[in-house]
Ligand binder design. Structure first.
Ligand code: SAJ
Length: 421
């Protein structure tokens, strides 16, 4: 019976481990966080994703969690690879310690799979030399990159149904990895070398970042031109070869806001990728620019931020544009009160909706949580009735009928005055 050891029991590692366990493999999940290990062994899940509860029930008999590394046939690394923000370079420390732990247990014939997102060349230049400290040489063991492609909120569905890319250091590594993933992947599995697979993962997220940056730039041009960008993008997308994404308050999450910089860290030939990053990172500044007119001249101006998670209907607040927006707003002297029906952990206090809107002068919708569509605006006890919708998400006529001034990001209408800072 093949034994798989999954290192890192987070958003990707845990669901992947459980899918392997459900498929009949013996799976040991390793995490340095004892609380996560304990919770799992007590039958509690440390994260929410549709379908994960049922999967956990089906998989539990084949799954255990622990902090110590066992011997195994397959080792799968799914640890975080954060960005060192100030120098815009990836931080591979977790990958290093995972590979070091594996090298102490590595035996002939073992397979090591890296799922974490990494700069091109990491398997060959960084992981392999650490694994070879075991005394074994490549060929004695096998190694491949199989990047995850699942979108938070639909993780399980996408893990099972999306096509996958497997890139190995040699053919046997590719074949073994493909065979393991075939136990639950219903999509097609395409194969290549490890470095290309690393590159492919990064260009997928980079293409999305660049496309969103285009939409965000168009939103600002549209505001200048007095055009509704949402209508314009919708019409342009009727063209069979045009597919522009949606503007918004900025790009969050641990992937799209970070991965483009893993691609550029080894090159001096980057232009559009950095410009796109800069545009997306500047969107919270543009949202503030939209608000100033509403708050001009008010005593103790107060805003209510609706939504702090990085996108709709998930609790994840990593890299959320809300954080930069709130900091900017506080720096302008605005009092900020936050409300989010999904997020649980955040840098600022999260309030119930009535508390967050009490005596407020402006609601700023940052995240498109479905729950916001069911709000009855007439029940809100605001001091001034202003709404900025950065996602074009709400029923604006309903809010206008309740006396709200409504500004939609990129709708071509200014907020009435022009009080720039
Ligand atoms: N966003 C926009 N406009 C859009 C689409 C998204 O402003 O039209 C914003 C979102 O609000 C969010 C951010 O971009 O703040 C990122 O959200 P997302 O839904 O585009 O992507 P993620 O980060 O949740 O997941 C992405 C996915 N990558 C691609 O679609 C190419 C997912 O498939 C990857 O597995 C994941 O990154 C990852 O882990 O790499």
């Amino acid at each position: 019976m093949t034994k798989i050891c999954v290192l890192g029991l987070g958003y990707i590692g845990l669901p992947t481990a459980l899918l392997f366990a459900q498929g009949g493999f013996t799976v040991v999940g390793i995490d340095i966080n004892e609380k996560i290990v304990q919770a799992l062994n007590n039958g509690e899940l440390p994260l929410n994703e549709p379908g994960l509860d049922d999967l956990f029930l089906n998989a539990r008999s084949n799954f255990t969690a622990q902090t110590e590394m066992p011997e195994a046939d397959v080792f799968l690394i799914a640890v975080p690879t954060p960005l060192k923000r100030s120098i815009r370079v990836s931080d591979l420390d977790y990958v290093r310690s995972a590979a070091e732990m594996i090298s102490l247990r590595l035996r002939k014939g073992n397979l090591v799979i890296l799922e974490s997102t990494v700069p091109p060349g990491t398997c060959e230049n960084f992981v392999l030399p650490i694994l070879e400290k075991s005394g074994l040489k490549r060929g004695d063991f096998f190694c491949a990159h199989c990047p995850e492609r699942a979108i938070p909120g639909k993780t399980l569905h996408e893990m099972i149904n999306n096509d996958r890319i497997v890139g190995g250091i040699d053919k046997k590594s590719v074949d073994l990895t493909k065979e393991i993933y075939s136990s639950f992947v219903k999509g097609r599995i395409f194969t290549t070398d490890a470095k290309t697979a690393e590159f492919v993962k990064l260009i997928e997220n980079t293409s999305r970042d660049v496309n969103i940056a285009l939409a965000n730039e168009l939103a600002q041009i549209a505001d200048n031109c007095g055009i509704d960008v949402w209508e314009a993008i919708g019409l342009a997308n009727k063209h069979p070869r045009v597919q522009i994404l949606q503007p918004g308050p900025g790009v969050g999450g641990h992937c799209i806001a970070i991965d483009p910089l893993f691609l550029t860290e080894n090159s001096t030939q980057t232009r559009i990728i950095h410009i796109a990053r800069d545009i997306n990172e500047s969107m919270p500044n543009y949202v503030i620019h939209n608000i100033r007119d509403y708050l001009y001249g008010l005593k103790d101006p107060t805003i209510s931020v609706f939504g702090v998670s990085y996108k709709g209907d998930i609790e994840d607040t990593r890299e959320t544009p809300a954080l930069k927006f709130i900091q900017l707003a506080r720096n302008e002297g605005y009092q900020v009160k936050c409300h989010d029906p999904c997020a649980k952990k955040f840098e600022y206090e999260l309030l119930e909706m009535d508390k967050a809107t009490e005596d407020s002068d402006c609601i700023v919708l940052i995240t498109d949580h479905k729950a916001f569509r069911h709000i009855d605006p007439s029940m809100l006890n605001m001091r001034n009735r202003n709404l900025i919708d950065t996602r074009n998400f709400l029923d604006h006529d309903k809010w206008r009928d309740c006396g709200f001034n409504v500004k939609i990001l990129g709708n071509g209408l200014d907020t009435g005055h022009s009080h720039q800072k």
